[in-house]
Design a protein around this ligand. Structure first.
Ligand SMILES: Nc1ncnc2c1ncn2[C@@H]1O[C@H](COP(=O)(O)OP(=O)(O)OP(=O)(O)O)[C@@H](O)[C@H]1O
Length: 263
């Protein structure tokens, strides 16, 4: 794990529940190399977002550590930028000012922040929308703007929690292709939670599967196909990984560590 930018070690966390604290994370370990894309999948409600929250420092674990480049950042914020399914764009600000906000909250003056994000807006296909309000944008453009705001913060680590979860299937496919190409050009270090296994194997160098509650790392799957990948044109080895992840989740064949969830 010597070259890992992010290391999560032996993470334990219990959260309040009606009958007393319930263990949500029970010894999760993670190592993400600098410039790698890791996707986290797992049964609904198993603790994926909670794990991301602990990595971001929004929650302090009961036990375990979060290391960034070997620094202990457990329970602190500032090392990671977070993007959730809900884009959290401010409706009264233009696209330019929403994206610039990522820098302004770090103390950069508005004028400088606006100047610094303009190139990013061009690259993210938002050049024609800088003065638009979020309500004037399509769902896909909103998510691009939210991602631009996340990236603009210049943090070492990007944490994406189901960023395309609310989009229709076609828009989602477009954004997966776009993110695959944009990430391949930048090589940000990313940990992304998704329910979409095709999305995971399209984007990730490694897919990490969590077990059911309390969550542990059930399996890791390497995806070696060169980036950028096309979600509808994945190679046979990547398709096999996809099948393996689905099998592990109990969607295909026999699950190896969890009961098949009854919808
Ligand atoms: N603030 C909280 N207080 C108490 N329990 C919580 C809190 N937040 C989450 N939980 C519980 O912790 C468990 C894990 O939740 P989490 O949102 O991390 O799961 P998830 O895998 O991201 O879910 P999903 O797949 O539905 O997005 C769930 O049982 C949830 O009800």
């Amino acid at each position: 794990m010597g070259d890992a930018l992010l290391e999560v070690r032996d993470m334990h966390l219990a959260l309040p529940a009606p009958g007393g604290p319930r263990s949500v994370l029970a010894g999760a370990d993670l190592a993400v190399p600098r410039g790698a894309f890791t996707c986290v999948v797992g049964p609904s409600g198993c603790g994926k977002s909670t794990l991301l929250g602990v990595v971001a420092g929004l929650r302090r674990p009961d036990r375990g550590a979060v290391l960034l480049d070997g620094r202990d950042v457990t329970g602190t914020t500032g090392h990671a930028a977070w993007m959730a399914q809900d884009d959290l764009l401010l409706e009264w600000r233009t696209v330019l000012d929403n994206v610039a906000l990522g820098l302004q909250v770090q103390g950069v003056r508005r004028r400088e922040a606006r100047a610094r994000v303009r190139d990013l807006l061009d690259e993210f296909g938002l050049a024609g929308h800088v003065d638009a309000r979020p309500s004037e944008l399509s769902g896909g453009l909103r998510q691009r703007a939210a991602l631009a705001r996340t990236v603009a913060q210049g943090r070492e680590l990007l944490l994406l929690d189901e960023p395309f979860g609310a989009l229709d299937a076609l828009t989602r496919l477009h954004l997966q292709r776009w993110l695959a190409a944009t990430w391949a050009a930048h090589r940000w270090t990313v940990v992304m939670v998704t329910h979409d296994v095709r999305e995971a194997v399209t984007l990730a160098d490694e897919v990490v599967r969590l077990s059911g509650q309390p969550a542990q790392i059930a399996a890791r799957y390497r995806v070696d196909e060169p980036h950028p990948r096309h979600p509808a044109g994945l190679g046979p080895a990547t398709r096999r990984v996809e099948q393996d992840v689905l099998t592990g989740l109990g969607v295909l064949g026999a699950p190896d560590d969890a009961p098949v969830p009854v919808p």
